[in-house]
Design a protein around this ligand. Structure first.
Ligand code: GLN
Length: 285
């Protein structure tokens, strides 16, 4: 079975929803306190997908995600390495990392997203919403058709909730902006009712540059987004479900967010299926 490791602790609070998403998508999801990993009791290398959920890690002190990112970068594990060293190796081994909301903030503050340079240094930031307040609302997203990540395969648009105070992506520097666009790392965009990208509030709930709701790294293995796909797994999560069902009796009972988890689980299953014949042929030769 595909193994998803979901980190929790220190104010993270969306780990159960994250796990539910993976379970519905057919993976085995294990929720582990970050300390278990930092103390060397759990190894990320035993898993296929490493996940950073939403929440308020360290109370958003110093800026959302900053303290957790620093813990990953600087705190030594018993092996004498940092967890970031392990995460880099994990990615180099072809595995996947996903961050939602506070988890996305962690990946950005750490420099794993967008990671244009490959040096894992922060290149963009996520900061206070342009509205100056916490935003808790449903938004519509469009997938960048040139985005190169298995997480978003076959998805065009989706509707998902946001709930954040610091979701505004700021990209300073024309070069960084151009590189992100050239490589289509701005994989998710807030859209209006007409399906076109918009900076108009509240369709764009935070004033993000490029109207960007999510990023990938150049490998497509690291993916993060501000909205919460794990909060729309069933039609009944949507505030308008009753009307939708009345108007369309045949409507799918799956929420838009589930596809994203199915995508990555199926991708890992596909990789395994490809790897097996090779291994088998090694043994036979
Ligand atoms: N839902 C979340 O993960 C919130 C992230 C962060 N605490 C913020 O308010 O921006």
């Amino acid at each position: 079975m595909v193994q998803a490791l979901i980190l929790t602790g220190f104010g993270i609070n969306c780990e159960e929803e994250f796990a539910a998403a993976y379970r519905l998508a057919g993976a085995e999801a294990t929720i582990v306190h970050l300390n278990q990993v930092l103390l060397g009791h759990v190894s990320i290398h035993d898993y296929d997908i490493l996940n950073f959920p939403g929440g308020f890690s360290f109370g958003d002190d110093l800026g959302s995600g900053v303290v957790l990112a620093n813990k990953l970068r600087y705190r030594q594990t018993p092996s004498g390495r940092t967890l970031l060293d392990d995460i880099k190796e994990f990615i180099a081994n072809g595995k996947f990392v996903m961050g939602i909301c506070n988890g996305f903030q962690v990946l950005v503050k750490l420099g794993l997203l967008p990671n244009l340079s490959g040096n894992v240094t922060p290149e963009v930031t996520l900061t206070h919403n342009a509205s100056g307040r916490y935003e808790d609302r449903w938004v519509r997203l469009k997938v960048n058709p040139n985005a190169h990540t298995p997480f978003l395969k076959g998805i065009d648009t989706m509707e998902v909730p946001v709930r954040h105070g610091e979701g505004r992506l700021v990209i300073s520097g024309a070069d960084t902006l151009a590189h992100i666009q050239d490589k289509a790392l701005n994989c998710l965009t807030y859209i209006g009712y007409d399906d076109s990208p918009t900076d108009v509030y509240p369709h764009n709930p935070n004033g993000a540059d490029l109207n960007c709701a999510g990023l990938t790294d150049p490998t497509g293995q690291v993916f993060g987004l501000m909205p919460h796909p794990e909060a729309f797994l069933s039609l009944y999560n949507h505030p308008d479900w009753a009307r939708r069902k009345r108007l369309n009796r045949g409507i799918s009972e799956e929420g838009d967010g589930l596809k994203l988890f199915r995508n990555i689980v199926e991708h890992v299953q596909g990789q395994r299926a490809e790897a097996v014949p090779q291994e088998a042929s090694q043994f036979s030769s």
